[in-house]
Every structure is written in structure tokens, then in C-alpha cells.
Design a protein around this ligand. Structure first.
Ligand code: UGA
Length: 442
């Protein structure tokens, strides 16, 4: 099948790579000239395990092409995916400019029937707006009879595991205008290679599909915020949240996933999507009480490590240096959008402290975000970050941080304390090296 994908961010690029890998002809369209030029040379602008090889191999095989010309994309395919960004507006609602501009382009350029599939995370009702946009452009061109469908097909991939998630999805949601219609049939065929063993396709109406995406992310964010609140309570009453986590996770109705307390959720999805759903609820006259609480708890959680550092070292941190392990919002990605590490570093700097930071993949992103500043040292290794530091702060649980040389840490730190924002270190074991672990809720 011939497909075009507008937008080469996480969602668009991973979709393009995995679809071309199973034999589809994929044309990627993006307005970013430099990005497209880089992709043509096989340069993938994000770190995502397995992605670069897929892009390179499928491009070499001629199944995957990149262009900045929307006319090429629209002409090349009967199936058009919208996978452009939906950045937050100031009030938290999603900015649909890019999504609707793809609608404009398709409506202006299409010459034969199309299926337009929305993969971007968009508020309920967006498919209708895309439909109206394309219809208006076709009417201007006197082509009111030209058929097209708008389908909602939200993406559920996780950064750091994006390729694997796309190859083996838990579910494939198709929000269609007509159940059993031509669009559904074509999409079932398109997703066939990823829908083996048992049928993972769930067909529903467009609005339910749009809401499913937000509801999934907000439910996961709610689990995390709930656990973070329990951790706070555990801290105060002398309980160990890690024991509580295992205790409640063993109930299959609760489950072990997404109940890890920590320094708050970050990234390009949860924070933005929770705020967007709050905004949607308000627009419809609903008081989003639960989601407000989820959001508030998370904002608070992101300052928690700093509060613990302050409780230990005082409010004036001038002359203090902190080693910081982990900058990305979670392991296996170089993404630092809304990362808790940023809230922490900014608070440490404001209090006069210096930071020696190390991350296996996000050093470049950090350098780009903060430039050269005298109170930030970008270390070449996790060991180098420790040199001359008063204490170590663990923010992101990369594998390489999980079993460090505790004796070396104890020798290098001026004070034998580790602030463990992810509860990855065993306090009893660390105590054997004379190190104190200040964790979350234990
Ligand atoms: C999330 C969803 O998990 C995906 O299903 C969804 O497709 C994606 O958003 C999206 O909408 O595009 P992602 O943001 O890549 O994926 O990362 P997650 O693995 O969900 O982690 C989000 C944040 O929650 C991270 O900061 C992580 O450290 C934090 N987290 C996660 C916790 O603090 N505790 C947990 O138990 C789990």
C-alpha cells in the first residue's frame, strides 16, 4: 500500500519505519527542511532504540522516502496519516494549528479519494474539524463529490520502547465514521502484520477513539500521582512505600505497572495531556476534580527532591555542589521535555548550588537547553560527576546507575548521602558502605 505520513516526530517517524519495514511504500512529509535533509542522509534526530537501523535499511530498499513537498505526499498515497505535534497553548489546551494545516493541504491538493488518519493526540472533536477543513477546501475547488474519510487512530507507543511498541501493540484503536466500511477494511489490512495471534483491533466511533487516548494517559498519570501521594504519607508515618507498592500491586485489579513512586512524571505526553483534558472538561462545563489533583500532585512531586536536599543542607546552597545522575525524563531516551531533572537543577541554581550532571544519552539536549553556564558541569561519565560533589542525586533510573561502585561513591562524596529519586538503591546495602539513602516514601 502507498501511505503518506505528515510529521516526522516520534510518532510519525516510528510509524514510517515500522510500516515500511513490513513492505508498505511510505512517504514522509515534514516542513522542517533540515530535518528532512538529515533523514535523507539516514540521520535520525532522536535517540530511540532500533529506529536508526530501520530508517536506514528501508530507505536503502526504496520503501521509505522523505520530502518537504506536501504535494508529493498527497499525490503518492491514498492513505494519509497526520502525525504532527499538538503543543500546549497557554491555557493547557492543545494547539491544533499543525493538524488543521495538514487538512488544508490535503483538501487543496487531493485529486482522488483519500483516507485521512489522525495519529496525533488531539482533543475530542478534532476529526470533525479536519473533516470540515477538507470539505471546505474541496468545495472551493468545485470538488464536493470527491470522497474522503477521517479516521481517529491514536498512538500508544512509549518513548524508549517506541519501535517495539509499534511492532507489538497492545491494541489498535480505529475510530471510524462507518463501522465495517472501506476505511476500516483498508486499515485492518494495513495493520495486519502487527495484528497476528489474536485480534487487537478495537473499532469504535471517532469521538470515543479520541477520548480513549487521553483517558489512557490520564489514568496512568493518576496511578503515578496517587502513589506519589502515598509515598509522601509513608514518609511521614514511618512506612516503606516500596513494601506498600508490592502489597497493592499483587492485587490484579491494581497491577504492578505505573505504581512506582518517584520524582513526578515528565515527558511530552502525560503533563501536556493531563492539562489538555482538564481544559476540555472545563470547556464542556465539567469540573475536572480528579485530573486537577493529579496535575497538582505532580507539580508538587517535581520539587520534592529539592525540598529533601534543602532539609538536609539548608536553604542557602551557595558553595555546594551536587552530582546529578539522569537528565532525561525516563531511561532509554534523550528527551528532556518537562523532565523532573530540570525542575531540580533550576531550583538548585536559584539557591546558589552547582550541578555536575551526567546522562547516558541526554547530554546534548541539556547543553542545548541550558548552554554554557558556570554552575553546570556536563560530566563525561557518572563517576566524573561525583568529583568534588557534596552529595549525589539520582533522578532517572538508567540501567547503568543501578549497581554502581558504592565504595567509590562513598569515597568521592563530601557527605555520604544519596538522594534517590527513584528508589533504586537498597538502603541497607548502601549503609554497609557508610552511605545514607534519602529515598521517596521510605
Ligand atoms: C506515555 C504512555 O505511557 C504511552 O502509552 C503513550 O503513547 C505516550 O505517553 C504518548 O502519549 O505518546 P511516555 O511519555 O513515553 O509514554 O513515557 P512513560 O513510560 O509512560 O513515562 C512517563 C513518565 O511517568 C516518566 O517520567 C516516568 O518516569 C514516569 N513514571 C512512570 C513514574 O513516575 N512511575 C511509574 O510507575 C511509571
Amino acid at each position: 500500500m502507498q501511505i503518506a505520513i505528515f510529521g516526522t516526530g516520534y510518532v510519525g517517524l516510528v510509524l514510517a519505519a515500522t510500516m515500511s519495514d513490513v513492505g508498505q511504500d511510505v512517504t514522509c512529509v515534514d516542513v522542517d527542511v533540515e530535518k528532512i535533509a538529515g533523514l535523507k542522509r539516514g540521520e535520525v534526530p532522536i535517540y530511540e532504540p532500533g529506529l536508526e537501523a530501520l530508517v536506514r535499511d528501508n530507505q536503502a530498499a526504496g520503501r521509505l522516502t522523505f520530502t518537504t513537498d506536501p504535494a508529493v505526499g498527497v499525490a503518492s498515497a491514498s492513505i494519509i496519516f497526520i502525525a504532527v505535534g499538538t503543543p500546549p497553548e497557554e491555557d493547557g489546551s492543545a494547539d491544533l494549528r499543525h493538524v488543521l494545516s495538514v487538512g488544508e493541504m490535503v483538501g487543496t491538493l487531493m485529486q482522488e479519494p483519500k483516507i485521512i488518519i489522525n495519529k496525533s493526540t488531539v482533543p475530542v472533536g478534532t476529526a470533525d474539524r479536519v473533516k470540515a477543513t477538507v470539505t471546505a477546501r474541496l468545495a472551493e475547488r468545485g470538488l464536493t463529490g470527491l470522497e474522503f474519510d477521517v479516521v481517529s487512530n491514536p498512538e500508544f507507543l512509549k518513548e524508549g520502547a517506541a519501535v517495539a511498541d509499534c511492532m507489538k501493540p497492545d491494541r489498535i484503536i480505529l475510530g471510524v465514521e462507518t463501522a465495517g466500511g472501506r476505511s476500516e477494511q483498508l486499515l485492518r489490512e494495513l495493520y495486519g502484520p502487527f495484528n497476528r495471534n489474536h485480534d487487537k483491533i478495537l473499532v469504535m466511533d471517532v469521538r470515543s477513539a479520541e477520548l480513549t487516548k487521553y483517558a489512557a494517559n490520564c489514568m496512568l498519570a493518576a496511578k503515578i500521582s496517587f502513589m506519589n501521594e502515598m509515598a509522601h504519607l509513608a514518609d511521614k508515618i514511618g512506612a516503606d512505600i516500596e513494601k506498600v507498592r508490592l502489597g497493592i500491586g499483587s492485587d490484579p485489579r491494581i497491577g504492578y505497572h505505573f505504581i512506582y513512586p518517584g520524582v513526578g512524571y515528565g515527558g511530552s505526553c502525560f503533563p501536556k495531556d493531563v492539562r489538555a483534558l482538564i481544559s476540555t472538561a472545563r470547556e464542556h462545563g465539567i469540573d475536572p476534580m480528579v485530573m486537577e489533583a493529579v496535575n497538582n500532585r505532580n507539580n508538587h512531586q517535581k520539587t520534592l527532591l529539592f525540598d529533601k536536599i534543602r532539609a538536609r543542607f539548608g536553604s542557602d546552597l551557595r558553595g555546594r555542589t551536587f552530582a546529578l545522575w539522569g537528565l532525561s525524563f525516563k531511561p532509554n531516551t534523550d528527551d528532556i521535555r518537562e523532565a523532573p531533572s530540570r525542575t531540580l537543577m533550576e531550583a538548585l541554581w536559584a539557591a546558589g548550588a552547582h550541578v555536575r550532571a551526567y546522562d547516558p544519552k541526554a547530554m546534548k539536549a541539556c547543553q542545548e537547553a541550558y548552554g554554557d553556564r558556570p554552575d553546570l558541569f556536563l560530566a563525561q561519565s557518572q563517576e566524573q560527576a561525583l568529583e568534588g560533589a557534596d552529595a549525589l542525586v539520582l533522578v532517572t533510573e538508567w540501567k547503568s546507575f543501578r549497581s554502581p561502585d558504592m565504595a567509590e561513591i562513598a569515597a568521592k562524596l563530601k557527605q555520604p548521602v544519596i538522594f534517590d529519586g527513584r528508589n533504586i538503591f537498597d538502603p541497607a546495602m548502601a549503609a554497609g558502605y557508610g552511605l545514607e539513602i534519602v529515598g521517596i516514601g521510605r
